[in-house]
Design a protein. Structure first.
Length: 409
């Protein structure tokens, strides 16, 4: 087990005051902080190795290429992909989901169904809406159960929704708004039984616990580096090799072609086929360092730590007058989302900032779900490896102060 409180010294940003109070960073679902090891990997690359990749025969270019491809292999082991070529570097989850949606769009036709769920982030909803509009395919959603979505996905509804017409089943592993952990292996098995391709949005899960693409049986998986101790601007689309080889690229240009004449071009296999232009070399290398960091902590240990903090926060928040906590009451991921009648989430976040707290308030890119729950916004506290039980005390004390100010509590 890592020593969770010593580990805070790995994160330089945490050692500061905000508004005269120690920073309590509880906005990890939006983006995580970066350990020294990841920052050093970026600096080292720019100070020693910076060069373009796959193009040069000089020493720096070869070093950069080796480090970039080494990062691909590192990410492949992190998710237990069968082959590094199944790892495509993108800008993040959003770009990964768009890549697969737009590439698949060329294969869909009227009568086909794309299935998502009612708890999808806009990134795993809007691209599919666009694809459905462009192809005439139908978009359907697995419902969430309960007035506070506490019942998770309606798995019984899969019996009628997962028909042979479903070509793609796209779902999130962990809801960024509810903290629900979906049974991804089961969903993949159910989809496979009707011949549907699965697309997992792993933005909120990949850095928070074990993730084995082969054990889960996933076809495509999208995630972002910046939510897992890595830099912004880098993410991954994992795709099963056979599926990637059958997909047309969405973006074309240099680096992804075998041969070009004035009229036409032919494509390299994956991953190059999907990485047109100069890639984000430095951030890919630093993402590899983030994988090392998380693996050294232990993926199971991280899941236990974050889940325990979220359950503790849930229990303490539940004592606040007038609070409505959404999402599951038992097992949940490392976040808690809540609302108070008559106090807007933006006010809570602004007032909590006076106490050094970083929270997020809003619809969390989940507008349809919010509407379904009769909410416009929630306040969200989200935890990661460096957060402590004492920080939950600070959160609860701050909320008590804010509620008093607004005439509640
Ligand atoms: N959620 C949050 O505060 P990008 O922005 O591409 O790195 O990730 C998009 C995304 C996709 N799916 C899920 C489940 C997500 O949570 C996110 C990002 C942030 O909750 C920003 S809205």
């Amino acid at each position: 087990m890592p020593n969770w409180s010593n580990l805070r010294s790995d994160f330089p940003i945490l050692h500061q005051e905000v508004n005269g109070k120690p920073l309590v960073y509880l906005d990890n679902a939006a983006t995580s902080q970066k350990p020294r090891r990841v920052i050093d990997a970026l600096v080292r690359y720019y100070e020693r190795d910076n060069s373009n990749v796959h193009r040069g025969l000089h020493t720096l270019s070869m070093r950069a290429t080796n480090a970039y491809e080494g990062a691909r292999t590192r990410v492949a082991t992190f998710i237990n992909a069968a082959d590094p070529a199944e790892v495509i570097f993108t800008r993040g989850t959003t770009e990964s989901l768009n890549l697969v949606a737009h590439s698949f769009a060329k294969k869909l036709q009227p009568g086909d169904v794309v299935l998502t769920t009612e708890m999808e982030h806009h990134s795993n909803l809007v691209p599919w809406q666009q694809v459905a509009k462009a192809t005439g395919a139908t978009l359907r959603h697995v419902p969430v159960l309960g007035t506070d979505a506490e019942g998770g996905l309606d798995l019984a509804a899969l019996d009628s929704l997962l028909t042979p017409q479903v070509k793609i089943f796209a779902f999130t592993h962990i809801s960024n708004t509810l903290g629900t952990i979906n049974p991804v292996a089961l969903l993949c098995a159910r989809a496979r039984a009707v011949g549907a391709v699965t697309v997992i949005d792993a933005a909120q899960s990949i850095g928070h616990g074990p993730f084995d693409v082969r054990a889960i049986g996933a076809d495509f998986v999208a995630f972002s580096g910046h939510k897992m101790c890595g830099p912004t601007g880098i993410g991954v689309l994992y795709g099963r090799r056979a599926l990637l080889d059958a997909l047309a690229p969405d973006e074309t240009g240099g680096g992804m072609v075998v041969s070009v004449n004035y009229e036409s071009a032919s494509w390299k296999p994956a991953p190059e086929r999907f990485e047109a232009g100069t890639p984000n070399v430095a951030d890919a290398i630093a993402l590899g360092a983030a994988c090392d960091y998380l693996e050294a902590l232990g993926r199971d240990a991280i899941a236990q730590h974050d889940g325990a903090l979220a359950r503790l926060a849930y229990d303490q928040l539940a004592t606040l007058p007038g609070i409505r906590i959404i999402g599951p009451r038992g097992e949940r991921s490392g976040l808690v989302s809540f609302a108070f009648e008559g106090v807007h989430a933006h006010d809570i976040v602004t007032f909590a900032d006076e106490d050094g707290l970083a929270l997020r308030g809003g619809h969390h890119c989940n507008q349809p779900l919010m509407r379904k729950l009769g909410l416009t916004s929630t306040t969200r506290a989200s935890f990661y490896v460096y957060n402590t039980e004492q920080e939950i005390d600070v959160l609860v004390a701050s909320l008590r102060r804010i509620l008093k100010f607004f005439g509640g509590g």
